[in-house]
Design a binder for this molecule. Sequence first.
Ligand code: M6R
Length: 607
Amino acid sequence: MCGIIGILGREPVAPAMIEALKRLEYRGYDSAGVATLENGHLTRRRAEGKLRKLEELLERKPLQGQIGIGHTRWATHGRPNETNAHPHATDRVAVVHNGIIENFNELRTELSGRGAKFTTETDTEVIAHLVTDLMNGGLGPIDAVRAALPRLKGAFALAFLFEGENDLLVGARRGSPLAIGHGDGEMMLGSDAIALAPLTSNISYLEDGDFAVLKRGGAQVYDANGNETKRPVLRSGAASFLVEKGNFRHFMAKEIHEQPEVVGHTLSAYIDFATERVQLPELPFDFAKLDRIAISACGTAYYAGLIGKYWFERFARLPVEVDIASELRYREAPFTPGNLAIFVSQSGETADTLATLRHAKEHGQHVLSIVNVATSTIARESELVMPTLAGPEIGVASTKAFTCQLAVLACLAIAAGRARGTLTEEDEGNLVRALIEVPRHMSEALALEPEIERLARDIAKNRDVLYLGRGTSYPLALEGALKLKEISYIHAEGYAGGELKHGPIALIDATIPVIVIAPYDRVFEKTVSNMQEVAAREGRIILITDPRGAREATIESVAILTLPDMPPSVTPLVYALPVQLLAYHTAVIMGTDVDQPRNLAKSVTVE
Ligand code: M6R
């Protein structure tokens, strides 16, 4: 889960590689490196930590090569230090890698036996030694890479640079994404079109198993069977400018505040505001004929899927199974051909979600994806894509992508209800009107920020926090706990209110804040009982509710955040905002790296 870049240019490429790596930092940021040919010789600069360390190093020790490869890393094998930073190299070849080589130990033993000297703890280094070994055996660079690839087990996107080869880059992909950029007398390789955007908007995407040979005059691509093939050159719409924070201190804050706008924008793509009806693209399946939907995703997107389940089941009376993608793929779930599998992903590159999508396809499922990055692999491999129009999400913690995913899922569930005859036209009108009001309620929720910031000061003093909710507020409790732990490093857990007495209540004492998400709905009374149980054990409650809930939650020592009244069908979209703000302000108070928290990456492209 790293970002890779390769440039065959006409002037020194190090500055352009740094620019591209900045755009790839969402894939990892624990170390970075570049290699160029200086007078024909492979020369590397690598640095532990954020990209600015590499930039500083290059200022002190610049590189002049007009061909180069670069990498930003999220460590899988080996600590995040300079030695393990890519590119990995021998005296003949340098390589950057995104993915995991599963049989690296076996290859390492074999190559060590033939005299290769390993200096890192990484899996990637075997690739450099394997290609070198084949070159030492008499193969040219291209044939050596071609012969090495079948020996690698696992996932990879690779870019190779060779000693003395000033007009040659080789790329290959299996599992991890890789694109070719076509410039004017210049060629590039990159993990995505966004990285290549400042250099070119002419992009072709390699397919799984492809192998590409790049020279300044163009690229030759070979498919998994070794046959020369053409991959279409598309005009990429990826922005050529870097997204800025504006007046906000962090991208996460900016993205939280963008939600009224981007959710409104997303809703307008799927709702006809004049007729107050959901309007979807043509569907390649009929909701009325489905007997089940499977939703798969990871992390925050998985929690969006869980909320979607409540909606599909209530509006369309359609059974839904929601799985963490890495589980569905391996648990041998039976599929009935012709059913629908929905995949939810901000990046559209999450390895587990992508692999599960392919698995579902193999089992005859219709594949619909809800993605934010329209050019992503998941989008390209889906039968139908329903984009979220959140715009680029830079903060590692997903915020606006989540609420936009909810907006799309809500529209889909309403369309399913209409198609199955479980919603009348009047029901649909009511649900759609409620959705149309969401951006306004979101703005009202954002106005609570000063109050939320005060509450965060208390949260920041604790080591553990519990989130409770029932109904659609339960997945939101899970999301709240994920948000808090990933950016503040405070341990947090989300539970269904009814589960409290089945174990977690043992944790409750005066030191544990319990955040209860409870709009006044049909399960509110039940949640009040759970709050009583917490209060009886001196737990400190923060209740997120509406005016009626605030009146009726007659419990002492409760801090209450009061959101506007709204229909229960849309509460998850709006209640998400105070939950995100609470995590954000807690993290700011804790002084963590909010946008790039430790050990994480925005796009998780390894299993
Ligand atoms: O790009 P995806 O939506 O597929 O990513 C899935 C998760 O990795 C992601 O939601 C992750 O959990 C976020 N960091 C949570 O804020």
